[in-house]
Design a protein around this ligand. Structure first.
Ligand code: FEO
Ligand code: CA
Ligand code: CA
Ligand code: CA
Length: 579
């Protein structure tokens, strides 16, 4: 459709070209501006990380205290909550790059102070933003909304796995918070993804066979444990000393940006896996549906349907909504249909599991929520090509689910159609009657990533199944997405630079769903992935996260310190009109 001279395009900019500059590129007529970066103050203007001291190997306990109170590292998700004419931004701090911050000889053996600083650099930041007259943003240092949640913040545990002997009823910290989602009641569901990275020790010293098996499914312990060193200084991260601690991670965590005193709550009804994101939509029935991906090769796509209904009047009535409902996993069929298979249902504190599950889960029903991977795979859930973001498009009234890539797939299957899927793809899932509570759906693949007219069919870019012109920008490794006011799909990538993909910097692309074309809107600096694409509700400001700039030793953006600084930026039109 669209595209005629009588219908102006809904995507109003000229595509930029992919590049390898150590800087940010945006189209003519646009300008970008830094919002906040790692180590910037949240509470007092004079509190700021001393990058030079960290780089020289002199990290002190004072530095750890400052990191607790300043903007964290590796910003992924960005959510802007518009509340009483204020802009409250929530940003996830997914992981840390010690090789870019501390002396090279400390790599794999951080000091105690370095390990503690890294723990405090994880989690989330909540920061109020001031909107400038040109629609760019800057932080309000000292706002009462500002808050840090870190790897040591006390969290509560709620839902069906609360009180299980593996899990307990509280947790110390939240870790590897990748993407997230906003709820209709103004909270944020932040997602614990590669939580296994922090756990070390000897798996063979774990006595219980089942615990060992579950840990293996989730990659606990991890070969990255030495990078962070947590397990050397804190017994809870050593599986030999505390075999259950990792069960406190891998959850969706609800935080309230409007109340800095409300503790983060791990919502176990939404299952335990390497959670990428959690996207809420209110169904016609008033029930809330949360879509979630488990980002690892051959893992699954899930949804949770609340038992209760969203209350638009009384906010507090929604604060327990995510503790009861039904957890489903997706199964795709080769005739462009699929179904949501029930894993378990929680109601009035009772758990009813799918009768086809192995007896293990029937004897201990809470296990479905703790070992969700094991349960889902046993029901024949489709093994996907690394489910990253899954977002509900309010214009198309359908779910857009991103498969970033899967270089290990040898045999194609319906919804993951390419062997050696180096480039990634995006699925559109159309629920029956466009009702997110439906248990059956149809699907299609609007975007198979790659290079225009590439001779290898596993690497050719196809838009709605069609070949595109050679001036279309190549794209690979799609990760986070969002939608503009017309429903066009804004795609941030994570992996363009790799030799098997495009050898250009990651960026932001726009899939025009009317013209069925692809344009490139932004190119990031070297070494980064782009995350958290987010529009303000008036579509005048676009925000995104520049995560791990300089990774691989390839750059130093934003060139304002002795080390690169992961940062949030915003982009506006120079004439101040809607993007
Ligand atoms: Fe942290 Fe799946 O990206
Ligand atoms: Ca991601
Ligand atoms: Ca990714
Ligand atoms: Ca990354």
């Amino acid at each position: 459709g669209g595209g005629s001279s009588l219908t102006p395009s809904t995507v109003r900019f000229n595509s930029i070209k992919p590049n390898t500059l150590d800087d940010i590129t945006v189209p003519d007529g646009f300008r970008w501006r830094m919002v906040i970066g790692w180590g910037d103050p949240l509470f007092r203007q004079e509190e700021r990380i001393n990058y030079q001291r960290l780089r020289e190997g002199g990290t002190t306990t004072q530095d750890v205290e400052i990191q607790k109170r300043t903007f964290g590292y590796n910003n992924d998700f960005i959510g802007v909550i518009e509340h009483n004419n204020r802009y409250i931004m929530v940003v996830n701090h997914e992981y840390f790059n010690p090789e870019l911050v501390f002396p090279p000889e400390h790599l794999g053996k951080p000091t105690y102070e370095e390990a503690m600083l890294m723990l405090e650099a994880h989690g989330l930041s909540v920061v109020e933003l001031f909107r400038n007259s040109d629609f760019t943003f800057r932080p309000v240092v000292g706002s009462n909304y500002n808050r840090r949640i870190t790897g040591s913040t006390r969290c509560l545990i709620e839902g069906p796995a609360k009180g299980h002997r593996y899990v307990g009823d509280s947790a110390e910290g939240t870790l590897n918070n990748c993407s997230a989602g906003k709820t209709p009641w103004g909270t944020v569901l932040t997602c614990e993804e590669n939580f296994n990275s922090y756990f070390g020790g000897d798996i063979n010293s774990v006595q219980e066979t089942l615990v060992r098996e579950i840990h293996q499914r989730y990659g606990v312990p991890s070969r990255f444990a030495d990078v962070y060193g947590f397990y050397k200084y804190m017994d809870r991260f050593d599986v030999s000393k505390n075999p259950y601690e990792s069960f406190k991670f891998g959850w969706v965590v609800e935080i309230d940006p409007l109340d800095p005193n409300r503790p983060p709550i791990k919502r176990t009804a939404l299952g335990r896996f390497k959670h990428e994101a959690a996207t809420c939509v209110v169904a016609p029935s008033g029930q809330v549906v949360v879509y979630m991906g488990d980002d690892e090769r051959f893992q699954h796509l899930y949804k949770f349907v609340t038992k209760g209904k969203y209350d638009p009047i009384n906010r507090e009535n929604n604060m327990k909504l995510l503790d009861e409902g039904t957890l489903y996993v997706a199964k795709f069929y080769d005739n462009l249909t699929g179904e949501w298979v029930m894993l378990a249902e929680v109601s009035a504190g009772q758990i009813r599991v799918n009768p086809s599950l192995p007896s293990l889960y029937k004897q201990d029903p809470a296990l479905v929520f703790i070992d969700t991977r094991g349960a889902a795979t046993s029901l024949g859930a489709t093994k996907m090509d690394r489910p990253e973001d899954a977002e509900w498009n309010p214009v198309t009234q359908s779910l857009w689910a991103v498969m970033t890539y899967n270089d290990r797939r040898t045999s194609p299957e319906p919804a993951n159609p390419r062997p050696y899927n180096y480039m990634g793809h995006i699925l559109e899932i159309i629920e029956q009657r466009n009702d997110p509570t439906a248990t059956s759906f149809s699907w299609r693949i609007p975007l198979l990533c790659g290079i225009p007219q590439h001779p290898d069919p596993t690497k050719e870019l196809l838009v709605y199944g069609q070949r595109v012109s050679t001036d279309t920008p190549p794209i690979s490794a799609p990760d986070n997405i969002t939608f503009d006011r017309f429903g066009n799909v804004w795609i941030a990538t994570d992996g363009n630079e790799d030799d098997v993909r495009l050898r250009v910097n990651d960026g932001v692309y726009v899939l025009d769903i009317y013209e069925r074309s692809l344009k490139m809107f932004l190119s990031g600096p070297r070494g980064c992935e782009i995350c958290g694409p987010e529009f303000t509700s008036d579509n005048r400001t676009f925000l995104c996260a520049i995560q791990h700039p300089g990774e691989g030793g390839k750059g130093s953006w934003p060139h304002d310190a002795v080390v690169p600084r992961p940062s949030v930026i915003c982009v506006v039109r120079e004439d101040g009109t809607k993007i």
